[in-house]
Write a protein that binds this ligand. Structure first.
Ligand SMILES: Nc1nc2c(c(=O)[nH]1)N[C@H]1C(S)=C(S)[C@@H](COP(=O)(O)O)O[C@H]1N2
Ligand SMILES: [Mo]
Length: 514
C-alpha cells in the first residue's frame, strides 16, 4: 500500500465535506441570482452576522477596512461555511451540519430587511438555501460513500480503483460547482445592471425626501415609524423573480377607450409637472391587527391629466393596469380622474422606487387596496369597462373593486406583553384612506370607551397614530380599539375574513400588568 493512498484516505473525508459544501454554496448563489433576489444566501448570512454584531464593533471594523467590509465579511462567511463542511465530511452524520447551515441561511434570507414579503415572494426566498442544502447533502452522501468504498479496498489491498473513483467524483462536483458559481455571477449581473441604472437616476428625479409633518409621529416607544423606509415597507406581489426593468427602455402605453393613444418614456414622465404626496398603502389580505400596511412619501405624475390628454370616451368606467410581468388589476376610472393624488410614482421617500416596489414606475392610488390600484412595474393602462375584463385577483375570487375599509390596530402594548401596573401607554394606528380618521376609541376590560389623542396628519390619505394612557392594576387586561372615519362611520365589530374585499372587525390585545 502506497503512502499516497494513506494520505488520500486521511484527507479524503475533509475533501468530501469541502466539495459538498462548495456545491451547496454554488447552487444557493445561482438560484438566488436566477430568482433575482437582492442577495444570495452567503451575503444574507454576512448581513445577519453584521446585524447581530454590536454596533461599536461594526463601526471599528469598517473604519479599519473601509469599503472592503462587505467582500471581507462574505469571504469570512464562505471560508467559515467550508471549514464546517470539511469537519462534517469526517462525521457519519455530517449532513446534519449542512442542514444546519441551510437553516441558518434560510433564517438569514427571511429576516433580510430588503426582502420583506409574504406568500409567493417569501416562499421564494427559501428556495435557494433549501435546494442548495438538498444538493449539498446528496453530494456529501455520494462522496462519503465513495470514500468508504475506497478505504475498504485500501484496507483489503485490492488496488486503488476505488480511490481513483472518489477523486473523479470529487473533481467532477468541484468543477461543476465552479461552473455553476460562475454562472451565478453572470445571472446576477442583470440585477446589478438595473440597480446601477436606478442609482444613476437619483439626481434626475428631483424628488424631495419628504419631511414628516409636525405631530404625525407620536412619541410612544414601540409604536413604529409614521414614515416607513423603503427597505422596511411591506412587500406583496406574485413575482417569483422580481421584474428587472431597464428605465431607459421603459414605456407606458395609455390606450383603449380613448381619443388618442399615449406612449410615455420615463424622460417624458420626468418632463411633466410632478406631484408629491403622503399616501398609505395597504393590502386587502391584511388580517385585523396585521402589518401589511405602510406609509410613504411618493413623487410622480398625476394620472388624471394624462387620461384627460388621451381623451376618455363615454361609457368607460375602469382602467385595466398591466405590469411588466403580466399581472393585472382593474381600477375604477373615477378614482383616477377625481382630485385625489392618484399618480404614476417614480420615487418613494425621495429615492427611485426600490426594485421590489416597482422600479421604475408604479401606480399609487389613495383609498384603494393595492390589489386594485398599486401596480408595480406598470407598463400599460387600458381605459375600458369593468364588464369587459377580469383582473388577476378578481379571477381568483376577490372583489372587482376594493375600497379600503376603516381599520385600527393596537401596537402598544404588544399582544401578550408584560407591563408595569399603573398608568399604561396604549397606542397604535388607524386608517381610512381618502375619507380620513375622525376618532379612535379604546375599551379596556369591557369598560367605557375612551377617546384617544390623534397624531396630526397632512391629509385623509394616510394612517393616523393614536395614543392614550389608562390605569391598569395588576393582572390580565384586554384592550379593544375601534376607529370612526370622517364620514362619521364607526368601523364594524363584525369580523370577516380577508376574502373577498378585506378584513373587518375590532383589533384586540391582551397584556399582563405586574
Ligand atoms: N406588478 C404587480 N403589482 C402589484 C402586485 C403584484 O402582484 N404585481 N400586488 C399588489 C398588491 S396586492 C399590493 S398590496 C401592493 C403592495 O405594494 P408594495 O409591495 O410596494 O407594498 O402592490 C400591488 N401591485
Ligand atoms: Mo395586496
Amino acid at each position: 500500500m502506497s503512502t499516497d493512498g494513506n494520505r488520500g484516505a486521511r484527507t479524503a473525508p475533509y475533501v468530501a465535506g469541502i466539495v459538498a459544501g462548495a456545491a451547496m454554496l454554488a447552487v444557493g448563489e445561482v438560484l438566488a441570482a436566477l430568482l433575482r433576489q437582492r442577495t444570495g444566501p452567503v451575503a444574507a448570512v454576512a448581513e445577519l452576522v453584521r446585524d447581530l454584531t454590536p454596533a461599536g464593533l461594526v463601526k471599528g471594523f469598517i473604519e479599519l477596512v473601509g469599503t472592503a467590509d462587505k467582500p471581507i465579511l462574505v469571504a469570512v462567511v464562505t471560508v467559515g461555511a467550508l471549514a464546517l463542511c470539511a469537519l462534517a465530511g469526517r462525521w457519519r452524520f455530517g449532513w446534519v451540519v449542512l442542514v444546519g447551515l441551510g437553516v441558518l441561511a434560510s433564517v438569514a434570507v427571511l429576516v433580510n430587511p430588503g426582502e420583506s414579503g409574504v406568500g409567493a415572494a417569501q416562499a421564494a426566498l427559501v428556495v435557494p438555501p433549501g435546494l442548495a442544502t438538498c444538493v449539498g447533502v446528496a453530494c456529501l452522501a455520494v462522496l462519503q460513500d465513495a470514500d468508504r468504498a475506497a478505504a475498504r479496498q485500501e484496507r483489503d489491498g485490492t488496488g486503488g480503483a476505488g480511490r481513483r473513483r472518489f477523486l473523479v467524483i470529487a473533481g467532477g462536483i468541484a468543477l461543476t460547482s465552479v461552473v455553476i458559481g460562475a454562472a451565478g455571477r453572470f445571472a446576477g449581473r442583470s440585477r446589478r445592471t438595473v440597480e446601477a441604472a436606478r442609482e444613476a437616476l437619483v439626481d434626475r428625479l428631483r424628488a424631495t425626501p419628504g419631511e414628516v409633518p409636525a405631530g404625525a409621529q407620536l412619541d410612544v416607544p414601540g409604536l413604529g415609524r409614521w414614515q416607513v423606509p423603503g427597505q422596511q415597507f411591506y412587500r406583496i406581489d406574485t413575482a417569483f423573480a422580481v421584474p428587472l426593468v431597464d428605465p431607459d427602455a421603459w414605456r407606458l402605453r395609455i390606450h383603449g377607450m380613448v381619443e388618442k393613444e399615449l406612449e410615455l418614456s420615463l424622460a417624458d414622465l420626468l418632463a411633466r409637472p410632478s406631484t408629491e404626496a403622503w399616501t398609505t398603502l395597504c393590502c386587502v389580505s391584511n388580517p385585523v391587527g396585521g402589518d401589511l400596511i405602510g406609509n410613504a412619501w411618493w413623487t410622480g405624475v398625476r394620472i388624471a391629466p394624462l387620461l384627460a390628454e388621451a381623451g376618455v370616451l363615454d361609457g368607460a368606467d375602469a382602467v385595466l393596469q398591466t405590469s411588466d410581468d403580466g399581472w393585472t388589476c382593474g381600477t375604477p376610472l373615477g378614482v383616477l380622474t377625481d382630485d385625489r393624488d392618484a399618480m404614476l410614482a417614480y420615487a418613494m421617500n425621495g429615492q427611485p422606487l426600490p426594485i421590489e416596489h416597482g422600479f421604475p414606475v408604479r401606480a399609487v392610488v389613495p383609498g384603494l387596496y393595492g390589489y386594485v390600484s398599486a401596480t408595480k412595474w406598470v407598463v400599460d393602462l387600458e381605459v375600458t369597462r369593468f364588464d369587459a375584463f377580469e383582473a388577476y385577483w378578481t379571477q381568483r375570487g376577490w372583489a372587482p373593486e376594493g375600497p379600503v375599509k376603516t381599520q385600527s390596530r393596537v401596537l402598544v402594548p404588544r399582544n401578550g406583553a408584560d407591563v408595569r401596573a399603573g398608568e399604561v401607554d396604549i397606542a397604535g394606528d388607524a386608517w381610512a384612506q381618502h375619507r380620513g380618521i375622525a376618532k379612535v376609541e379604546v375599551q379596556v376590560d369591557g369598560g367605557p370607551w375612551t377617546t384617544c389623542e390623534l397624531g396630526a396628519v397632512p391629509s385623509a390619505d394616510t394612517w393616523v397614530q393614536w395614543s392614550t394612557r389608562v390605569s391598569c392594576g395588576p393582572g390580565d387586561h384586554t384592550v379593544v380599539v375601534r376607529a370612526t372615519d370622517a364620514d362619521g362611520e364607526t368601523q364594524t365589530s363584525v369580523r370577516t375574513d380577508v376574502v373577498p374585499d378585506g378584513a373587518s372587525g375590532w383589533h384586540e390585545v391582551r397584556f399582563t400588568a405586574t
